[in-house]
Design a protein around this ligand. Sequence first.
Ligand code: AMP
Ligand code: MG
Length: 510
Amino acid sequence: MSDDPRKPSTKEEGWNLKAGYLQLPTKLFSKVRPGPVKDPKIVIYNKELENSLGIKIQDLDKRESASIFSGNELPKGAQPIAQAYAGHQFGHFTVLGDGRAIILGEQITPRGERYDIQLKGAGPTPYSRRGDGRAALGPMLREYMISEAMYALGIPSTRALAVVSTGERILREKRLPGAVLTRVAASHIRVGTFEYIRQFGNVEELKALADYTIQRHFPHILKESNQDSIEDQEQAGLQINTKYVKFFDEVVDRQASLIAKWQLVGFIHGVMNTDNMAISGETIDYGPCAFMNTYDPETVFSSIDRGGRYAYKNQPGIGQWNLARFGESLLPLIHKDPSQGVKIIEKHLQKFATQYHEYWLEGMGKKLGIFQIAAKDEELMDQLLQIMKEEKSDFTNTFVALSYGKEKELSINENQEFVNWHNKWQKRLKEQKESKEEVEKLMRGSNPLVIPRNHQVEKAIHAAVDNSDYREVRKLIEVLQNPYRESEENEAYQKPPGPSEKPYVTYCGT
Ligand code: AMP
Ligand code: MG
């Protein structure tokens, strides 16, 4: 290791960092170096993710590895930046930006994919406002566990490569151990990034961001709509720029699919502000998120969400609201005449509700072993959910019991309405050509046995933060890697919280 802790590492560690974002208008980012920390130690590391990124850290216990994932030392090729963005927070427009996150660069993997490598909690940036730029160990462990669990569930998500404890204490409600999380994302471009450039940039700058994003996430659009055809349309007097309309459609579709997936596992994001909605369609920013135990559409975990704006049942609607903000930001690119642009965006935004509904029906169908959705299936689904709500059933475990023929273990089984529903459901399954075994396979692959339940996540975090005991965190990470695999060993992780355990509330003091 060099004597200067800020000097780039010369070691061959498989880094292949590019800085494509730096070609964008400079008002979209600030060059900033991570602030140094006192005594970095890697406490959790994701070998599997390291492999797929093509990084090869030789010795994790070495100080130099911790140096990189704390920001003390820069990996080869790093050109660190903090991104500028805005966002609607609880419905109100605010100027934000990475106040405590620094992107080291875009790692090109051996398979040619591009991922942002970001250090969260890496020190102050020009966007920190009154914040200290730092993160506490507990919430970073939480983001690691939950984002990796989401990935294993098959839900698009940013991922977590490492958590490094900094050896420093940071001030929140009380002094807490600090940490840096290495987050890996398809990109960190948000709805809020577009809102920012629309507010503070000109049309060329907005176009530069849109073109960059299309190239990065939806390159097929470029093949479909080349510039000539757009000019043709302009000459024909249509003046619609189909490239950007398609871009909007794609983002709408990915969000519809993503939010349907959240609903189907009972995930509540908790703070669906437009700055926390990634254009890539990945789940991003695990702050006050949590998984629902008892099925109740009104569920809210976040202490700051007093009005229930981001309650479970509101997530699809909020998704559409956020996409309306995205569409507004794109308006100057859609049509020369703004009123025409609004009409086009409104029309295409309508697709969200239909697409979300289709994704949800298809997903719920799989959870119930239905291969081809028929018109009457939705009623069947709604009836079950209604009974589950009345019975205060555990969301995950009800579907597990249906998948494994363990209905007798459920208290809901004593409810006559449920028994009637069950008969109807069985009859419906028999109408299909697929065998009982095929139905079982579909259901078992669609209903996770383990989800990151709050009481277990919190217990693991407490042991780590209070006693530096990482055994439970590691165990939980391991269990959550195979959420659909039946295992006796994992049974303890399937249990909902006991009646003595307090209702879960998440706090934003992250
Ligand atoms: P979030 O609620 O996590 O999406 O964050 C909202 C905004 O607050 C983002 O711009 C963050 O970068 C910023 N922020 C959160 N915590 C801190 C902190 N400790 N220091 C500086 N900025 C922060
Ligand atoms: Mg955020």
